[in-house]
Design a protein around this ligand. Structure first.
Ligand code: CMP
Length: 137
């Protein structure tokens, strides 16, 4: 069993696709082990995306991620990290396979509806960023 962190970003919440995104994970046999809606401050978003701090898009990404509420969740299952990434599709919706969340709903590389941890190492930073052990069931 593996756990990963996924976020329905402010654009996904605004587009009313929270249920649709969760459904796509659940119907592939993944389990939601924790879930909540939060509004990050700019500093919260900066801390979350600290690995990208040298990237040219860091400022705009962290402004976008703190502009409205997001839904954060822990998803559990066999190979959950790679399976969630497959269901999401490529970071840039232009490259995302048909039928993936980003191909269906994302507008551009930054406003791409959903986030998923990209490795075990990222998941072990990202999950406790939002959830205590008691909140994951
Ligand atoms: P995410 O999976 O949340 O991980 C980092 C995020 O940075 C990514 O999705 C995109 O939203 C954003 N991102 C990655 N590359 C770029 C880019 N070239 N320009 C703007 N935003 C980017």
């Amino acid at each position: 069993m593996e756990r990963t962190l996924s976020i329905i970003k402010p654009d996904g919440v605004k587009k009313n696709v929270i249920g649709e995104v969760i459904k796509r994970f659940e119907e592939k046999g993944l389990r939601i082990a924790a879930l909540k809606m939060v509004k990050m401050s700019k500093d919260d978003a900066k801390g979350f995306y600290i690995v990208h701090k040298e990237r040219p898009f860091y400022e705009s990404l962290t402004s976008f991620m703190s502009e409205g509420p997001v839904v954060v969740m822990v998803i559990e299952g066999e190979n959950a990290i790679s399976r969630v990434r497959e269901i999401m599709g490529a970071t840039n919706p232009k490259d995302a396979a048909p039928g993936t969340i980003r191909a269906d709903f994302a507008s551009d590389i930054e406003h791409n509806i959903v986030h998923g941890s990209d490795s075990k190492e990222s998941a072990s930073y990202e999950i406790p960023y939002f959830f205590s052990a008691l909140e994951i069931k």
